[in-house]
Design a protein around this ligand. Structure first.
Ligand SMILES: NC(=O)c1ccc[n+]([C@@H]2O[C@H](COP(=O)([O-])OP(=O)(O)OC[C@H]3O[C@@H](n4cnc5c(N)ncnc54)[C@H](OP(=O)(O)O)[C@@H]3O)[C@@H](O)[C@H]2O)c1
Length: 327
């Protein structure tokens, strides 16, 4: 199947490497790449990992027309306060009858219900496994393994950058040292303030609530406080008490609706939400039939984000189910 990539940064390039490595088993071909500043690259026969970029296609429609692909892969920069331009890219793809895979949580956080309905109207698939917790199954787990289960709430330590910043301060570094360490790992949003002020977590919280609980909310409705006011002194004082700080996303059903919040919480070191180190993420689902259970991803990197998108591509192309009798 042919792929049109919108965005070719950390995730786009990691995905292109993975597609190239798995081409024998999964014959995907990247026929177009569209970026903001680098321009547009097109080759109906398949682009190399370092493609020659020409002038930028004037519109997203012109790019899709030139790429001639069946699947649009939306990997542009997150804008947590609007979800754009990703939302417009996704709608343009649906309008052409293209399936869409994205790692961009903005559209899921802002307009999941409308996008799901639009995809259904167009008769195409819409997948976004990497939008929360990189490639670790969250949405696929819910979709495939939890029939009849109602999600009543969730709690998650979902922002890697804030955790790297806190752990750096615990080891004696400054806030800025932590932020630049996270940036070097390629895990920080283009605007690092989104991670620190809690916007990334608010977008993940809204995205999870929209998909798992049909909340029809946006990040603006998530009560959010980031870690911007944490000082190294305060972090080390908490550490001396055997505790740590994590930016925690929480959702719960209340009599007046679904309550959503993001807070820097002081947790015991043994708390399951605090236990996983570095870039690791933890998400606990609170449910009616399965009680509380969760998913953990230990030290994921951009390759795992790329894998989440890859799993979407495989599912969209109809090759998702494992042949159990041929392991
Ligand atoms: N990095 C991670 O570990 C991770 C994990 C989970 C989810 N995500 C999500 O994945 C997405 C991509 O992340 P990333 O780290 O790859 O970002 P990135 O390195 O900043 O790359 C963003 C890419 O989007 C392009 N772009 C921006 N605006 C565009 C527009 N209007 N039209 C076309 N292209 C546009 C940029 O073009 P130029 O190259 O020309 O600037 C760049 O190629 C984000 O939404 C992020 O939230 C990332």
């Amino acid at each position: 199947m042919k792929l049109a990539l919108i965005g070719y940064g950390n995730v786009g390039r990691a995905l292109a490497r993975l597609v190239a490595a798995k081409r024998r088993e999964f014959p995907f071909t990247i026929t177009g790449i569209h970026t903001l500043r680098h321009g547009t690259a097109i080759d109906p026969g398949g682009l190399p990992l370092d493609p020659p970029f020409g002038p930028r296609a004037p519109t997203i429609e012109a790019f899709f027309e030139a790429a001639g692909a069946e699947i649009a892969v939306e990997l542009t920069t997150l804008n947590p306060s609007t979800g754009e331009p990703a939302m417009a890219h996704i709608l343009a793809a649906f309008a052409r009858g293209m399936h869409v895979a994205t790692a961009n949580k903005g559209p899921i956080a802002h307009a999941y219900a409308a996008l799901r309905e639009e995809a259904a109207r167009a008769g195409v698939g819409f997948r976004f496994e990497s939008a929360v917790m990189d490639g670790a199954p969250v949405f696929n787990l819910w979709r495939g393994c939890m029939p009849g289960v109602k999600v009543l709430g969730f709690a998650g330590s979902l922002n890697s950058t804030s955790k790297v910043a806190i752990e750096t301060m615990e080891r004696g570094g400054s806030f800025e040292d932590g932020l630049s360490a996270a940036r070097q790992m390629g895990i920080t949003e283009a605007d690092g303030a989104y991670d620190i002020e809690g916007w990334d977590s608010a977008a993940k919280t809204a995205a999870l609530a929209n998909v798992l609980m049909d909340a029809r909310t946006t990040p603006l409705a998530v009560g959010t406080r980031g870690i911007g006011r944490l000082t190294p002194e305060r972090v080390r004082e908490i550490a001396r008490q055997g505790k740590t700080v994590r930016l925690i996303s929480r959702a719960r059903m209340t009599a007046s609706g679904i309550a959503l919040r993001v807070r820097a919480e002081v947790l015991d070191r043994g708390d399951i939400l605090a236990a996983a180190p570095g870039t690791s993420n933890v998400l606990l689902f609170h449910t009616d039939l399965m009680g509380t259970f969760g998913t953990v991803s230990i030290e994921p990197g951009v390759e795992q984000t790329a894998y989440g998108v890859f799993s979407d591509l495989v599912n969209l192309s109809g090759g998702g189910a494992k042949p159990y009798n041929r392991q």
